[in-house]
Design a protein around this ligand. Structure first.
Ligand SMILES: [Zn+2]
Length: 215
């Protein structure tokens, strides 16, 4: 059975509840790890490494609580790095309402998702999770299309893209493709795949600059 390692805040009850419900509709097991326990004193990094090694990818659910404890921030960054070095896809999730509330950077991520705990995102995230389901012979694929040099931080020019435009198409197909957009940040020049709503600005999860898609 496929499994996904999930680093999260114990205080993010909404996020935990939402992801638990999504996982319960899949054949993928969730391994939840509270990042408040990552204090640096009693942490068992071998256990975390073992859990990550057994997992097919890592979800990092960021929320405001991550901002308050330096040790915790360092450990979450370590989890991302360890996962990436061991060829696990690192997915970073932030709620849309947390825009500008989170500054933690995660240089080794592969996917950045700004979600809402609602029905549309339930199905989208379910699709992401199911793409790791190794019980299905028809392995699903994650697709990122490449567009480059399209971001700026001018909020007046916010325009079109991504999820709304593609989600309908993606979910109407039985082979369940999750479609994000591969971007290269104009500031730090790092590349990763973003899953963000149309018209919304977002932060670069590597350098923390505000970004958005031009029309
Ligand atoms: Zn950047």
């Amino acid at each position: 059975m496929a499994q996904i390692f999930i680093s999260h805040s114990a205080k993010d009850e909404q996020g935990i509840s939402f992801f638990s419900k999504v996982f319960s509709t899949t054949n993928v097991k969730a391994i939840f790890e509270e990042y408040e326990k990552l204090t640096g004193i009693s942490i068992n990094s071998n256990k975390i490494q073992e859990d990550i090694n057994k997992s097919d990818c890592i979800f990092i659910l960021l929320n405001e609580n991550i901002e308050q404890n330096k040790h915790t921030r360092d450990w979450v960054a370590w989890e991302c790095g360890y996962g990436s070095q061991n060829n696990k896809d690192v997915w970073v999730f932030e709620k849309q309402e947390d825009y500008k509330k989170i500054t933690l950077v995660t240089p080794s991520l592969k996917h950045y998702v700004r979600y809402n705990p609602d029905d549309n995102w339930f199905h989208y995230i379910q699709t992401i999770i199911k793409s790791y389901d190794n019980s299905n012979v028809n392995k699903n694929t994650l697709l990122g299309t490449t567009i480059g040099g399209i971001i700026s931080d001018d909020e007046d020019k916010i325009a079109g893209l991504v999820l709304g435009a593609f989600l309908g198409n993606a979910l109407s197909k039985k082979n369940l493709k999750v479609i994000g957009e591969k971007i290269k940040c104009n500031y730090c020049l790092n590349s990763y795949i973003v899953h963000v709503p149309k018209f919304h600005p977002f932060r670069c999860p590597v350098c923390n600059k505000s970004l958005k898609f031009n029309s």
